[in-house]
Design a binder for this molecule. Structure first.
Ligand code: AMP
Ligand code: ZN
Length: 113
């Protein structure tokens, strides 16, 4: 997708600080971390948000969650706990219209609104 910043990361036009990569998924550190650990996990395929995901994306979405679990273990937040968040469309505050999971942790979190 032209002009999508996360597609540019997926195809290496922009080089993020990579935490994990395979043929379908890329994970990298958020440029403006809101927590001690803040990683973004994206599909390399352009999907604008969870609302645009299709039945054919089922395995990909599942894999993204298992990648989150693996990264949490590698970054040492698996025992203490973490949160996986995906903002979807305007009311959530989604800024980048390419599906991503925020993996956040490293300190105690409050409940969110
Ligand atoms: P959202 O509001 O859910 O769309 O989150 C977008 C996230 O992308 C924000 O936490 C931004 O800090 C992050 N972000 C935007 N541009 C970049 C970038 N070039 N590299 C890494 N993270 C980015
Ligand atoms: Zn994209």
């Amino acid at each position: 997708m032209e002009n999508c910043i996360f597609c540019k990361m997926a195809n290496k036009e922009i080089e993020p600080k990579v935490v994990y990569e395979d043929a379908e998924i890329l994970a990298f550190y958020d440029i403006a971390p809101k927590m001690p650990v803040h990683v973004l996990i994206i599909p390399k395929k352009h999907i604008a948000s969870l609302a645009e995901a299709q039945e054919e994306d089922l395995a990909l979405l599942g894999k993204m969650q298992l990648v989150a679990k693996k990264i949490a273990e590698e970054l040492g937040i698996s025992e203490s706990g973490y949160r996986l968040v995906s903002n979807c469309r305007a009311d959530s505050g989604q800024e980048v219209p390419h599906l991503h999971y925020h993996l956040i942790g490293g300190k105690k979190m409050g409940i969110f609104c």
